[in-house]
Ligand binder design. Sequence first.
Ligand SMILES: Cc1cc2nc3c(=O)[nH]c(=O)nc-3n(C[C@H](O)[C@H](O)[C@H](O)COP(=O)(O)OP(=O)(O)OC[C@H]3O[C@@H](n4cnc5c(N)ncnc54)[C@H](O)[C@@H]3O)c2cc1C
Length: 459
Amino acid sequence: MSTFVSARNPGQDKPHNQSPFHLEQPPNITYTIHSPGHSIPMSNTTQKPFTITIIGGGIGGLILAVGLLRRNVPVQIYEAAFSFTEIGLGLSIGPAAHRAMPLIDPQIQNIYDSLITTHADSPDYEGYRQTWFEIVWASGLKEGDPLMDLKALPSGQTTLRRADFLDALVGLVPADIVHFGKRLDGLFEGEEGVQLWFDDGTKVNADVKSMVKELMLEEERTKPRYSGMYGYRAVLDMKDMVDAVGEQRAKVSTMYIGHGAYAISYPIMRAQKVNVGVYILSDDEWDCDTWVRKAKREDMLLDTENMGRYVKSLVERMPDPSQWAIFEHPHISTFAKSRVAILGDAAHASTPHQGAGAGQAIEDAHVLSELLDDSCIKFAKDVVAAFKAYDEVRRPRSQRVVTSSKENAYLLCLCMDGVGDNEAKLKDTFQQHLHWLWDLDVQGQVEEAREKMAGYLES
Ligand SMILES: Cc1cc2nc3c(=O)[nH]c(=O)nc-3n(C[C@H](O)[C@H](O)[C@H](O)COP(=O)(O)OP(=O)(O)OC[C@H]3O[C@@H](n4cnc5c(N)ncnc54)[C@H](O)[C@@H]3O)c2cc1C
């Protein structure tokens, strides 16, 4: 899971023969361009004299591409996959990233808003419009009772199918700038720019790129690590959900909190389906080479035996007992090195316990597109200052999200130090975590980075 970028000055095409870097194979996520030739309205009439090359057309890469094209910054995208095969699981974007969308390009927010499911899609549930999740006790004396109705102002819970969002974003990007079947295999940065190697034997010269951390940080531990949790996942029909847990629990996004595990459900596809996940804390190491391992139904039942009747009902209806390991990336010392920078999961993949990973990729794309558009950035060499400022502003926040997402799992599993299952402390801590995440001044973040960038350009 990586997204990286590079840029090329016109006419710069000198091959290098060294390949000091090699990438590990990331998971395949693929798509097809189905909508030819698009006109993204340009906000800037003067085109930048360099091309940003984005490696990886996931959520972060595509949104950055749309933001740059709108600002008349030339872009090329190299994607490892050949066609779109994204699985249709749900995705939810929080308020800060939602506020960043129109600032990157209003079309992104229009697309998002046209695809989302909200509580108002269920008749009679308009009153939950601003609810993010109801947090409900999974078991014990208060089994099924809400701990709190956690609001996300102003939008409430908004969810969509990842594949629908990605497909619509692809539709904003001209087909002729996307190159499929190009898996980056290595890079070399010399004085004149960066050369990229793909696994089909082709090479591309570029002079700015957001690239894989393994290449930038050879001495650091950069590989994802097992976070000590695995999950079971499913998409269920709304009718089955209502049978399983009753109408209120099926139609309102719910987090079931329990000792050592938690479960989550939220409506998707105009409330016709419900995305369900059950996450288990485990002291054992992940003893498998892949991120998903086969398991038996008995394992799933054993893992959730203390989680009360609601979770039991869900688990009984989940068709696939496969276990999904939850990985996270260790904090790294920089997201940018010279003309190389990384964004999205490549920089700060987090656990999913706050639903914030894609939102962080969107915030990254917002800051990068605004900095690269700045009139101070005249030549490819200036991008070094933009990337440095991007790193300084985005790294602390996105790394804190990684930490706070993991802490959120402990909260949900009622084992956070100093909080446990204390009702008042749980309420306070949930509020603190999420308001810190959501109440960001997104444009202020850009201005802070712009100021830093101006300082680097002067020095
Ligand atoms: C179970 C789960 C639930 C989640 N739920 C949420 C949620 O509700 N809300 C939320 O905000 N986030 C959520 N996330 C996180 C979110 O999915 C990611 O943070 C987001 O997709 C990151 O986007 P990205 O563009 O950085 O990476 P990706 O979307 O992974 O895209 C990377 C792209 O790069 C390509 N690529 C990789 N390597 C190469 C290479 N060497 N050469 C060329 N191309 C390459 C890949 O094929 C892919 O297309 C969840 C994650 C998980 C696992």
